[in-house]
Design a protein around this ligand. Structure first.
Ligand code: GTP
Ligand code: PEQ
Length: 203
């Protein structure tokens, strides 16, 4: 079984530009990646990182500047047997959450992200291909069914919580104590309540 974590290394997390500088977005990306690799490793897997630019992490890194679709479709085409792809922006992951991704006995196991994305998948069928962005979970269900694959979905809040926008930072501070949470703490971020809603404010 092969498990790949794709990472946008050069200008990541642009949707966090209103709160973090470009260097901070790279640092925060590496912190989230560390949390993902720790969970995946503790679940017994040996992850490979494929990044658009060099990233510092505790796993082998291949630099590959292809966009997400050509990259992952290339991996699907070249990998014999099972391939798992787990995104790098899932700092709430825990080892049992990762194990849950491998439990369903289906050709394609999809982990939906909040807002319509696909945060992880396991593929055990030679015909499956990806089409990320937009409501990709819907596209991936359709593509998997069209190839004749059996499909299962993982119902996990931790797998579903990808950190894309400033409002998502609350989830890291509330539900994680890993590298990303530490990084936010060091950056002066703190929880606040605004109009009854929990938010993250920066000192
Ligand atoms: N290797 C590789 N990884 C990518 C690429 N685009 C996105 N990723 C990774 O795929 C996952 C989901 O992508 P996004 O949520 O769009 O992350 P992002 O591109 O850093 O963020 P935005 O700039 O805000 O869209 C994250 O782990 C990214 O690091 C790419 O072109 N190549
Ligand atoms: C790559 C993309 O990520 P999102 O923009 O949903 O975070 C997707 O999962 O289709």
């Amino acid at each position: 079984m092969r498990l790949v974590v794709p990472v946008s290394g050069s200008d990541p997390k642009t949707r966090l530009s209103s709160v973090f500088t470009p260097d901070e977005r790279r640092e925060f990306t590496e912190a989230m990646l560390a949390d993902v690799l720790a969970a995946v490793g503790a679940a017994g897997h040996s992850p490979e990182v494929v990044a658009t630019a060099p990233v510092a992490c505790d796993a082998p890194v291949t630099v590959d500047d292809r966009g997400l679709d050509p990259l992952v479709n290339g991996l699907l085409a070249e990998t014999d047997g099972e391939l798992a792809v787990v995104m790098a922006d899932l700092p709430l992951l825990t080892p049992p959450t990762v194990e849950g991704l491998f439990e369903p006995d289906a050709d394609v196991v999809l982990a939906p992200g909040l807002g319509g994305g696909t945060n992880a998948f396991v593929c055990r069928h030679p015909g499956f291909r990806v089409d990320y962005h937009g409501a990709s979970i819907r596209d991936h269900r359709r593509i998997a069914r069209e190839t004749g694959a059996t499909v299962a979905e993982v119902d996990s809040r931790r797998l579903a919580t990808d950190i894309d926008e400033p409002g998502d930072l609350v989830e890291v501070m509330l539900h994680s104590d890993g590298a990303a949470a530490d990084w936010l703490d060091d950056a002066g971020c703190d929880l606040a309540v605004d109009n009854g809603r929990v938010t993250v404010e920066r000192a």
